[in-house]
Ligand binder design. Structure first.
Ligand code: GTP
Ligand code: MG
Length: 366
């Protein structure tokens, strides 16, 4: 499953700085004025996983293919964006396909950096964005309702869908998220969401962009952000985007020291990846052949044929069995042959739930 993360927030809160820091690039222009970003920025970066390097060493191949994470940085949203205020919400189309939303909240005090309202106010700031996202979903839904209203005349079976859409319309119009729609767990809603790709049905990870000196201590903005996130059952990562940018030019060692000085344990990227994996309930499994090792991400509890389908649809269609070795076993025995000789390579069938860290060879026939 491709991991794609869309970055949203008010103008000039540090979205592009966060994007550059996470992607390790300087692709996005950063400047101290609202609406600096107009065209969306995209970056695809490899997901670090030391187990993959270990696997390559054990099976003696040099080529390593990491799974990837994609970040999309778009223009800032303001109150009334759905009515065309600021740059409007035209750029939201670029993040309809993402798996999760990264909502950047300004939690730093810097009189030199312009804020769209008088000063940062996480509660107000977060609300503005969430309401605009809900209203953007509402606009999409209204077009769908119009289509359904004419289609239902020829096909009465569409009536329940139309009625559900109308209930959702009332819900979104209040500025509430599709995720909090009382019917969001029903199959009929999931089908609709699959088609409409509601922004407010996606999981949200809040990024509190804090001052350098606030990484280790708390600040009132951060406290407020955490409380708001808690109410929505959402997670918060604390990043100092400015500091993260400075880390880009350092060696691994310097980075560790610098982070420790600032009171952080891992980089922002590591935090975002870790939290996204937990939030989306993802696991990694590995494959290898005589040339390369490769990592893949799937949802926890994914069945073996579906995991095979990540690699190629033929492998899912013609699935016979999975030959599985947990990477820990491989590490313990030192080689694939040794594991096999010890009788520890397992043969698993269609009902097998792939586990995090499984090294798998799929047998298939099409
Ligand atoms: N002091 C401080 N300044 C920051 C921090 N993060 C970003 N900035 C500054 O805030 C300004 C805006 O940053 P951007 O990353 O361009 O913000 P953006 O949200 O992408 O802005 P738009 O694209 O205009 O919506 C720049 O001058 C950054 O240097 C931070 O953690 N601390
Ligand atoms: Mg920007």
């Amino acid at each position: 499953m491709a991991l794609r993360i869309g970055i949203v927030g008010l103008p000039n809160v540090g979205k592009s700085t966060v994007f550059n820091a996470l992607s390790g690039t300087q692709n996005a222009m950063v400047a101290n004025y609202p609406f600096c970003t107009i065209q969306p920025n995209h970056a695809i970066i490899p997901l670090p996983d030391p187990r993959l390097e270990e696997l390559a060493r054990l099976v003696k191949v040099s080529e390593i293919i990491h799974s990837t994470i994609e970040f999309v940085d778009i223009a800032g949203l303001v109150k009334g964006a759905h009515k065309g205020e600021g740059l409007g919400n035209q750029f939201l189309a670029h993040i309809r396909d993402v798996t999760a939303i990264l909502h950047v909240v300004r939690c730093f005090n810097d009189p030199n950096v312009v804020h769209v309202s008088a000063q940062p106010d996480p509660k107000e700031d977060i609300e503005v964005i969430n309401i605009e996202l809900a209203l953007a979903d509402l606009q999409q839904l209204e077009r769908k309702i119009e289509r359904l209203q004419s289609a239902v005349k020829g096909d009465r079976k569409l009536m329940p869908v139309l009625e559900m859409c109308q209930r959702l319309e009332d819900h979104l119009a209040k500025g509430a998220s599709a995720e909090s729609f009382p019917e969001s767990n029903l199959e009929s809603f999931k089908e609709l969401d699959h088609e409409m790709r509601f922004l407010t049905a996606k999981p949200i990870l809040y990024v509190a962009n804090v001052d350098e000196r606030c990484l280790s201590t708390n600040n009132p903005y951060l406290e407020e952000t955490k409380q708001l996130a808690k109410k929505q059952d959402a997670r918060v990562v604390v990043i100092c985007a400015k500091l993260e940018q400075e880390l880009q030019d350092m060696s691994q060692e310097e980075r560790g020291e610098y982070l420790a000085l600032a009171g952080a344990e891992v980089t922002g990227l590591e935090q975002v990846i870790r939290q996204s994996f937990q939030m989306l309930d993802l696991i990694s499994f590995f494959t290898f052949n005589e040339k390369q090792t490769r990592a893949w991400n799937v949802q926890r509890d994914c069945l073996a044929p579906k995991a095979a389908g990540e690699i190629h649809t033929d492998l899912e269609r013609g699935f016979i069995r999975a030959e599985v070795i947990p990477i820990e076993t491989l590490k313990k025995y030192g080689s694939h042959a040794a594991v096999k000789a010890a009788g520890l390579m397992r043969l698993e069938g269609k009902e097998y739930h792939v586990q995090d860290g499984d090294v798998i060879y799929f047998r298939f026939n099409v």
